[in-house]
Structure formats: C-alpha cells, structure tokens
Design a protein. Structure first.
Length: 381
C-alpha cells in the first residue's frame, strides 16, 4: 500500500542515490573513529558497535539479538543484512540510516486501543530477520541497506521531525524494527524526553532478554503473530514459532500496551482449530484484554497463487477469539466492516467508530465506556 503523504516513496529508493553510502567495506581508519555513539565521518556514519553479541574466537562472533543466532566470520553479515562482523566485532550498519518516512494514522499500524485518531511519524530502514513470502514491504525488508537511498536522521532529529509533523507518536515500522535495536533504544529515549510516545510494529522474533530491554523503552508494541504452527513459521517465514511466544510472555506487562495482528492466509493458517488454539493461548498466557486483529490477505510478493481471504473467514476467526475469551477482536483490511469498530465488552454498545484509517470517532471517556462506565483496556490519553 503506497501512501500519498510519503516523505520518500518506494520508487524513489533506487532513484535517490546522493545519500546512499556503500558499507560493504570499512577501512581501519574509519572504524577507529567509532565509539558507542554513532560514527560521524564519511561512509562510516551509519556504523555503530552492536549490542547483544559475543566473541567465539578466531575472529568469529555470534549475534544474540534474535533467535537466528547468526555466527559470523570476518566480513560476513547476518540473515538480517544489517549486522556485520568487522575485525572481530559486531557492528550495526544502519544506525540513523532511514530509508522511508511517512505520517500515518495510528489505526494503520493497527493499534486500535492506543490514542485513537492520532498520527504516528513512521520510519523504516532496510533489513529483516525473517523472510516472509507474503511480505507487504519486501522492497525494504529484503534489501541490503546500500541498495536503498537513505537519509541520516539522528535520534534528536527524529523527535524534531515528529513534532514538526504534528504527530504525538513515533513508530518504527514497515521493515522489522528489531534490526534497528541500537537506534531505537537511543531515539526512543530522546522521544520520551521530547514528550513523544515511541511504538514498534514488529514480528516479535527477538530473544526475550533483548525483547524486554526494547519493551522498557517503548509505550506500545504491535506484534504480527503470523500463525500458530511451527511449520508455517519454518516454511513461509524462515523462522520458528516458539521464540515469538516466549518473547510475548516476556514483554507482556513490561510495555504499556500490546496488540496482536494475524494475517489470515487461505489454506495456510486459517483453520478453525489453529485459530482456537492461538486465541486460547493468548488468553491464558497474556490476557483476554489483548486485542487481536484478523486481517485480510491479498496476493503479495512470493505468494501470488492464493485468493484474498473471504470476509466470512475473518468473521469466523473473530468469533472464535471472542468465544475463547478475547474481549476485543477485530476484522481488518475490510474497510467499512462493522467489526473494525470497538464495542464495549460489558454493554455491547459502540464506543469507537472507524471508517478506514482516517475517520475515527472516539467516545471513550476517562478510559471507560460512556454508556455503562466499564473500564476499557487501552491507552486513551
């Protein structure tokens, strides 16, 4: 989906080469200028010492950020494309290297119980630690950073730009934010100092220790729970399910707000039994107050042979989640559908109406239903 308000669009990525700097080779002089703050000189600007890794000997390192656990020899990059062994140490090569920036409604993320009607200054880099065959933003997630145009946006500059856009929220999104780990920690801290709210839109494929560290720096997290079978994660995404579940358990309660999205793909992850097990797990291990969005699939990237998800399938998934104790479940990617609205779990009356991403009427008052007074889980002010 392309945004008319994009600050740089996808087609521009390969046209705007002035600031895209190749990072495939680093000289010793450049690296000697690096410290635990971002590098300031020439082609090394985007290079910063990485966190969450260890030395294995003979110049080999192992990244401990995500479950891939990449073991890298000199000069090698991880599966994510953006963490590199340079002279026996691990570096990120995308610090402050922003390849896309948009102003989005928060509902697009989607976050439905987090500041409804607000906007988020949304940014992305290159890279991802999964390889989902249905990725909507594959031009970013499956690219090397030097293949995309980019702009240097320091943590402090990011806050200034967000405020200038009129946004209350900064969202790390489009590609996988986990690979921006160091930049997010620094820029989220700067955002909070500026009175802004940092959130991420993530696949949740991160080790629990790193996940908790990241969650503590954020106000909200939306996780794409892609399926509830390991086979789907292995065959379709290039990962595994258990680490995502472990991370969800680790971060729940650490972050102020959490929502889940399930992209329902016909024949691959849409069986009633799988959806029932997923919803039951969420209620038992997280909370019935965690909203679940069941969103419509359209042919994308490497999955072109499947039809759009029937709306009836999404409605069935939503009802299964409700039956399993999820108090707020939604149908997504179906503009105008009644179940994109929010209804009080207690009295059943509509409390937030939505028509697409841009027309939102929020009637929640002081965190409660205006009709019956029941507390509505979420972040409203």
């Amino acid at each position: 989906m392309k945004d008319p308000d994009a600050l740089f669009g996808r087609r521009e990525f390969l046209r705007r080469g002035g600031r895209a700097l190749c990072l495939t080779a680093f000289g010793s002089q450049l690296l000697e200028s690096c410290s635990d703050t971002y590098c300031q000189s020439g082609a090394a600007y985007y290079v910063k010492p990485a966190k969450m890794w260890k030395k294995l000997g003979d110049g080999t390192v192992q990244c401990l950020l995500c479950p891939n656990g990449c073991q890298l020899d000199e000069g090698e990059r991880g599966i994510c494309r953006v963490r590199k062994n340079v002279r026996g140490s691990l570096f990120t090569v995308i610090y402050s290297r922003i390849s896309a920036a948009h102003v989005d409604p928060i509902e697009k993320k989607p976050l439905f119980h987090y500041l409804p009607g607000s906007t988020a200054f949304s940014i992305a880099t290159a890279g991802c630690n999964l390889s989902c065959k249905f990725c909507q933003n594959w031009e970013l997630s499956q690219s090397n950073p030097e293949d995309l145009s980019a702009e240097q946006i320091t943590p402090e500059d990011l806050s200034r730009r967000a405020r200038a856009s009129g946004s209350r929220v900064i969202a790390y999104t489009y590609n996988e934010p986990t690979v921006q780990f160091e930049y997010i920690l620094d820029s989220a801290a700067a955002a909070r100092r500026a009175g802004l709210r940092p959130v991420i839109i993530s696949n949740g494929y991160i080790r629990p220790e790193a996940g908790k560290m990241l969650a503590r720096s954020l106000d909200a997290i939306k996780i794409d729970l892609k399926a509830f079978t390991n086979r789907f994660y292995t065959d379709i995404c290039g990962g595994s399910l258990r680490p995502v579940l472990d991370n969800l358990v680790a971060i729940h309660g650490t972050v102020k707000w959490l929502e889940l999205v399930v992209l329902v793909i016909p024949t691959l992850n849409d069986s009633p039994g799988e959806i029932r097990k997923m919803a039951a797990w969420v209620r038992k291990n997280l909370s019935g107050d965690v909203p679940m969005h069941f969103t419509r699939f359209h042919a994308m990237y490497r999955i072109q042979n499947l039809p759009p998800t029937p709306v009836s399938t999404l409605e069935r998934c939503r009802q299964i989640a409700r039956d399993e104790g999820i108090r707020y479940s939604y149908v997504g990617n179906v503009p105008g559908h009644r179940w994109e609205n929010t209804y009080c779990h207690n009295c059943g009356k509509m409390i937030i109406s939505r028509s697409g991403f841009f027309h939102v009427q929020n009637d929640v008052r002081n965190g409660a239903c205006p009709h019956c007074g029941a507390k509505v889980p979420g972040v409203w002010t």
